[in-house]
Write a protein that binds this ligand. Sequence first.
Ligand code: FAD
Ligand code: SF4
Length: 482
Amino acid sequence: MANQRMLGFVHTAQRMPDKRPASERREDFAEIYARFSDERANEQANRCSQCGVPFCQVHCPVSNNIPDWLKLTAEGRLEEAYEVSQATNNFPEICGRICPQDRLCEGNCVIEQSTHGAVTIGSVEKYINDTAWDNGWVKPRKPARELGLSVGVIGAGPAGLAAAEELRAKGYEVHVYDRYDRMGGLLVYGIPGFKLEKNVVERRVQLLADAGVVFHPNFEVGRDATLPELRRRHVAVLVATGVYKARDIQAPGCGLGNIVPALEYLTTSNKVGLGDTVEAYADGSLNAAGKKVVVLGGGDTAMDCVRTAIRQGATSVKCLYRRDRKNMPGSQREVAHAEEEGVEFIWQAAPEGFTGDSVVTGVRAVRIHLGVADATGRQTPQVIEGSEFTVEADLVIKALGFEPEDLPAMFAEPELKVTRWGTLPIDFRSKMTNLDGVFAAGDIVRGASLVVWAIRDGRDAADAIHAYAQAKAETLVAQAAE
Ligand SMILES: Cc1cc2nc3c(=O)[nH]c(=O)nc-3n(C[C@H](O)[C@H](O)[C@H](O)COP(=O)(O)OP(=O)(O)OC[C@H]3O[C@@H](n4cnc5c(N)ncnc54)[C@H](O)[C@@H]3O)c2cc1C
Ligand code: SF4
């Protein structure tokens, strides 16, 4: 029975890869899960029920052929599993590590719905592709022929990198411009190493460079070139700049010292992890060691901040969120990891102000009652009168979300149209902004979202740019013939 191929969920329980104990995890920034052993991966992939209509695939933003690569893994045909896996996803081992699978593929697995526990899809995806890297199956996608056309990509996050890989494979000369010194966007400077070790990102960036993608680090569009200049250099330009303007809190005491934005805090921690010297870390202003830390917010960024603070040696870490556990935007898995590592959650509490003379000493907060649901179905938070309390703090990290920067001003292109939220509206089919030959993808279109959606957008944009550039080239040839 145990050798039966597939439908193994009837006799095999769900098992995740081994997780390091919380006491050990707190001491370093290494990933918390080990890789599946070959036997465990085989056994777990074998649990798949091979649904005729696979809801996991339907709910995977890149439409991964999940049942196919699970079956190939269960049969030990790993190189074929890798081929199927990489056909739909530029960075599958990254998604296997950091997708919120409980909200995407695994959350919609039929076996999960029937209470047997989902197939551990993300962990198998990571296993297949890490094995591929170990065995040298992952190769740069060099084009069969050069098209003699160049495309500029602004932003080296997952959207920009996925588009760059696809366009290079089609034969374009691809130039990627990024204002950071390292490529990867939030993969390298936002998401901490305990979720995604940085060498996993670095080897992907190197692969693209080996395929011939040209990277321009420390190149800020707006400072080093304007958008109109880039449009003159390239047949098409893709804007994949993400969203970086931190939402702030206006409350008494908000200007006190040691109240810091989440991304500055996380970027500093990631830079230090990569071996850089950062003054704000060395002088303690962006370092939680020995401090009572309070994080404001309940999304993925907040979860990354609380868990980073634990690893930096904070004396206590508390997370203040105005809704309850089941209504928080962050992944439930991440909350569970944070709790195991010693984070205390203060649910249904909202900050009203900060105490302290020059530096923060506490967060004044109120209790929240969740009232009737609004039009979006979410319960409205209501302040409970007389419920004020203060949480001691000597470092407060604001993780309240992100908005787009003012792109028309930043790019010196006032004609670039934005929505009332500052994101870039694109045509549903052509993926183009209101400017001819200027495309957009990732968070700058969706607002703060997920890595896997950025990859999907980057792939779609690459197809759209190819269609546009080919049509343009044909028009030029026809005009020349007239
Ligand atoms: C702390 C944190 C944790 C997260 N955790 C997860 C997670 O666990 N799982 C998940 O799926 N998603 C997570 N996300 C969301 C995910 O990281 C983003 O949705 C994704 O990175 C968006 O990709 P992108 O390519 O659109 O933008 P980004 O990754 O933001 O990349 C944009 C790039 O554009 C560059 N840029 C911006 N402006 C300019 C300019 N003017 N000139 C040149 N370059 C410019 C930036 O330097 C950056 O490198 C997290 C986000 C944060 C902030
Ligand atoms: S890419 Fe993300 S959603 Fe899709 S199968 Fe992998 S882990 Fe699941």
